[in-house]
Design a protein around this ligand. Structure first.
Ligand SMILES: Nc1nc2c(ncn2[C@@H]2O[C@H](COP(=O)(O)OP(=O)(O)OP(=O)(O)O)[C@@H](O)[C@H]2O)c(=O)[nH]1
Ligand SMILES: [Mg+2]
Length: 165
């Protein structure tokens, strides 16, 4: 999709029902830059379950990861159980973005992704390369010069050549 005039490719992982069995492992969260937490505006239980998901996130992801709370099924306005302002207030308390949407009518769907990606783009620590830390003293001391450390030589390479598999 296009965000802020730039083409971005999204890789989206859906928990696909696993959440009901609480079998989501840490590998699921690893490397995530954004997290979408969806509840059903016509089902209060789904909204009340959100704090539990946040305590799980506290364990697995850093604070800088972008979170958005999505109140889905707004097409069912006639049976709404969670008011917009409740959803909004909760999201604010959790330092998260908020939007209401309907997967059925597509209202708010694009916007939800748009908001998350925009916030990710505004958070360099989620994507900017971390400055190399000079570890492995001695690896580049012979030929490096001008204080540079070549982590490509004498580090991984040697280790790899020693592999007997
Ligand atoms: N009216 C309405 N129904 C919806 C909407 N989104 C999903 N549904 C319906 O809600 C039910 C559950 O939707 P799912 O997409 O399976 O929900 P889920 O949370 O991903 O479920 P799991 O993958 O099993 O965890 C289905 O019957 C959908 O058709 C919506 O925006 N409006
Ligand atoms: Mg699903």
């Amino acid at each position: 999709m296009e965000v802020k005039g730039r083409k971005v490719k999204l890789s989206i992982w859906d928990t696909a029902g696993q959440e009901r069995f609480r079998t989501i492992t840490s590998s699921y969260y690893r490397g995530a830059q954004g997290i979408i937490l969806v509840y059903d505006v016509s089902n209060r239980e789904s909204f009340d379950a959100l704090p539990r998901w946040y305590s799980e996130l506290e364990t697995y992801v850093s604070d800088s990861v972008v979170k958005i709370v999505v109140g889905n099924k707004v097409d069912k306005e006639f049976s709404r159980q969670v008011q917009t302002r409740e959803g909004e207030a909760f999201a604010t308390r959790m330092s998260s973005l908020f939007i209401e949407a309907s997967a059925k009518t597509a209202v708010g769907v694009r916007e939800a992704f748009q908001e998350v990606v925009e916030r990710i783009m505004d958070t360099p620590e989620l994507w900017a390369p971390v400055a190399p830390v000079p570890v492995g003293v001695g690896a580049g001391s012979g030929s490096g010069g001008s204080g540079s450390v070549d982590l490509g030589k004498g580090g991984e390479g040697e280790e790899y050549s020693g592999c007997s598999c």
